[in-house]
Design a protein around this ligand. Sequence first.
Ligand code: PMP
Length: 403
Amino acid sequence: MASALTRASRISSIGVSEILVIGETARRMRRAGKPVIVLGAGEPDFDTPDNVKEAAVRAIRDGRTKYTALDGTPEMKAAIIGKFRRENALDFEPAEIMATAGAKQVLFNAFMATMNPGDEALLAAPYWTTYADIAAIAGGTPVALAGREENGFRITAEDLEAAITPRTRWLLLNSPSNPSGAAYEAEHLKPILDVLLRHPHVWLMTDDIYEHLLYDGRTFATALNLQPGLRDRTLVINGVSKAYAMTGWRLGYCAGPASLIEAMSIVQSQATTNPSSISQAAAIEALTGPQDIVAQRRDDFQRRRDIVVERLNAMPGISCRKPEGAFYTFANCSGLLGRRTPEGAVLDSDSTYCRYLLEEANVAVVPGSCFGLAPYFRISYAAAQETLMEACDRISRANEALR
Ligand code: PMP
């Protein structure tokens, strides 16, 4: 008889994320015939553009189907360098660039390459849970820094100054943010970067993957432009998943000091070797081909944001700050806590509220506690307008049924 599996201590503190559990429950309910609307996913509902698909088909036909340089083909790196120059006014050398199997692998490579036991990664909460989990897998300690709602879910320079310890290795910033949609504009970002300048042992990761999803005419604030003094300790993370609706292609990239990229290459070389040759060909086309689709889709997302925010704010007990970007709303549900469901259960947390919405309204959304900040719930509005309206109707009815 096989002995019971003993899990390695590095994953012992990490459960399957509640987001995945909610997704699985929603799928089970659907199979049972329930008309569940899932607003939990972090991916655009649009299709990958045709020119990008065609580039991948060409790569297959041309036999570009073998291992590539592990940190990306020369053409891939050139496309990434071109993107940083064109969109962020940043100049990088090929040795400062790396292509990966999704932006998630950038995080994995970077944390595995740099974190020792006891090293801390400061995360601005609410944060994408992956940051904390990968930091922990890598043996480090994730430390949440609350971005308060009254500060627009952003951390301030004072918050950061108070949180830095001798063990702080990284600060992670994600703007616009998953899950809050909050963006750091220059006025918010510069004081934070100035704090880092005074603490040379702290490195910075900026996760810019939602860079193109900024609304109301806002432009993206590039950290390294605001504070070039951080250039030798900043890792810029990006990828094609969100901007070009390419989540399944698994292609991310980053730019940072050559010494860091070299260390990350050691991890990648033993984890996945190179990102898919075909996905690299597709991503080159995404980054160098026509860009108008990016703005069109951004405008679509903005319209959806406006609908959802307006509907949420019309619901008694719920308030929702208008997010500047990404495709999430992060609404406060504190006004509903303490109320009772028709079955008599007390809503005592954002988790129980989200469970109630799933069971009563058949709408799957994610509690803020999953992202290190409660009591909130995240709606991903990467869905058709009619679906969003129907979901809001159902949430509203479920709220009215509370006692
Ligand atoms: N960063 C953030 C903030 C995200 O929300 C996601 C996707 N959920 C990623 C990175 C990862 O994207 P990729 O598909 O490139 O791994």
